[in-house]
Design a protein around this ligand. Structure first.
Ligand code: NI
Length: 452
């Protein structure tokens, strides 16, 4: 048996260390550790609850919109505010733009350098040694598109600034609604950029993912994991506070091939192997190995992210992949298909903005309250739980996507989703564990979010 410790790992936001045990040329056991403690939840205690949506956005510069929305929702639930239609639509537009930004960025800047021969500069160096699988011209096109993706990132950031004020950490999402007015000029500014990005997704990004998949069929054969998926649902289609929310991306679970519903109250964080005791840090805790807790739904580990959303949404292209969807390559296809779907939806939702109509309601804080905010970040399910006592934040809990995906073992010793997905991954050369990196980066991990 060979032991391999990978740390630090580039092209993963935040700090992660991965320990592998290798036997017969394959991973037989893995440990995923978040090696950075952050403590944002502790920082929130004692703050005015209305600060939560500004402060929690600082958990992450990649997916701040989702944190802002989840926090605003938690406050709206706590204090009984129903946001106007314009706010619901504008939040969907902001969240959708953040998804497009992240999905494009993830494929070209995080994942692609594990597959192509490229320019001798970052993020391609330092990197694993690649045996070329793509024809020279296809390889060159992908590298060219990597450069184009940087321009697209700028364009999507501009979309986010139109309604969000700025990016990262848009200031427009507030508890009670949004602060930007919907006017025709902004709609046009958003739409013209959206059309450019949608064109890129349809004609460049999605074809690129399929080209990569075509020349790397082996990447469908590893990285599966247990195949249990969870989505909390995102993009409310009508006001979620009046009756049951109806989501464009539905909430649901997929357990051993069976669909099921999600009750957020059944999500519990376990921490036998994490450096915590309750809410306090325990860095000397015996047996613990990560700053990431282990969220479980009725004791089961679930993978979250685009693959979960697309399977639960019933996306035909992802469905058509069958079991191959559960793989290092399958996750990239799910992300690209999701992007195309969302680009179309955003164009329609733009028409639902009503210039001149209200964008926010007043929030009437009470000294004692609690609320939960649920949405999806690009990287997967996101949950914020808020407890207010004496008019200040008494307790705040965030369960971020990578808290699920990069979780350590739980109280019963069962590994987290990435730990499961790494088992079985081929390691033909322990000095260049390329396939392992491909599996790690097929999850859109954010350890900054996971450890928060
Ligand atoms: Ni993040």
């Amino acid at each position: 048996m060979t032991k391999l410790v990978l740390a630090p790992i580039s092209r993963v936001p935040g700090q992660v260390q991965i320990e592998l045990e290798i036997e017969g040329g394959k991973v037989v056991r893995s440990k995923v550790a978040g090696t950075m403690a952050r403590g944002l939840e502790a920082t929130l205690k004692g703050h005015d609850p209305r600060d939560a949506q500004l402060l929690t956005q600082r958990i992450c510069g990649i997916c701040p919109v989702a944190h802002g929305i989840a926090a605003a929702q938690a406050l709206e639930k706590a204090f009984g505010a129903a946001i106007p239609e314009n706010a619901r639509v504008m939040r969907n537009l902001l969240l959708g733009a953040n998804f497009l930004l992240t999905n494009i960025y993830h494929f070209y800047q995080i994942a692609l350098p594990d597959y192509v021969h490229s320019l001798p500069l970052a993020p391609f160096t330092p990197g694993p040694a690649i045996t070329p699988t793509l024809p020279v011209q296809a390889n060159a096109a992908l590298v060219q598109h990597f450069l184009l993706s940087l321009e697209m990132s700028r364009t999507v950031q501009e979309m986010l600034a139109v309604f969000g004020g700025k990016m990262p950490h848009p200031s427009a999402v507030v508890p009670g609604g949004v602060t930007e007015n919907a006017d025709a000029q902004k709609v046009t500014a958003f739409r013209s950029r959206l059309r450019e990005v949608a064109d890129f997704i349809k004609n460049v990004y999605l074809p690129d993912v399929h080209t990569l998949a075509w020349y790397n069929p082996q990447a469908f054969a590893y990285g599966a994991g247990a195949g249990n998926l969870l989505s909390l649902g995102a993009y409310p289609l009508k006001d979620g506070l009046r009756g049951q929310p109806e989501f464009y991306f539905k909430s649901g679970r997929y357990t051993n091939g069976q669909p099921g519903e999600v009750d957020p109250d059944k999500i519990k964080e376990e921490f036998r192997y994490a450096w915590y005791e309750g809410d306090s840090f325990q860095s000397e805790k015996p047996g613990a190995y990560s700053w990431v807790k282990a969220p479980r739904y009725e004791g089961t580990a679930y993978e979250v992210g685009a693959l979960a959303r697309m399977v639960i949404h019933g996306h035909s292209g992802v469905k058509a992949l069958g079991d191959k969807a559960f793989s290092a390559m399958g996750r990239h296809i799910a992300r690209a298909e999701e992007s195309l779907l969302l680009a179309g939806a955003l164009d329609e939702w733009l028409n639902q903005l009503e210039p001149g109509k209200p964008v926010a309601v007043n929030l009437n804080p009470t000294p004692l309250a609690q609320g939960t905010g649920i949405t999806e970040a690009p990287q997967g399910a996101l949950l914020h739980r808020l407890e207010v006592k004496n008019a200040v934040i008494h307790n705040y809990q965030v369960i971020a996507p990578a808290t699920w995906n990069a979780s350590p073992r739980d109280d019963s010793g069962k590994p987290g989703p990435l730990e499961q997905a790494l088992v079985g991954t081929p390691v033909p050369d322990t000095t260049n564990p390329l396939e392992v990196y491909r599996v790690i980066r097929s999850f859109d991990l954010c350890l900054a979010c996971a450890a928060h």
